[in-house]
Design a binder for this molecule. Sequence first.
Ligand code: FES
Length: 98
Amino acid sequence: MIILQGRTKRTVTEAAEGKTLLQLALKAKAEWGSSCQRGTCARCRCLIVDGMEHLEPVTDAEWDRLEPEELEQGYRLSCQAVIRSDHANVEVKHKPYF
Ligand code: FES
């Protein structure tokens, strides 16, 4: 189960192996921002509240765009964060810079 917390709305959807958090958020019509979908704009930045182990490792685009401290705190770019399994449980908050 994937819990997507937007600014005012919470959306719950099924996990899907190989999909990004952003793909799931868009499909579920979650309250979520995005633009470039390739890891540069950071409008899809999010905080993984729970379940980081169910996501593929941080991508090169995320290392380039986010600060090491942000990655340490659990921030990811949802267009880059790929879900590892159909049974993944992840809770994530959309946290753009502005
Ligand atoms: S949509 Fe631009 S960084 Fe994810």
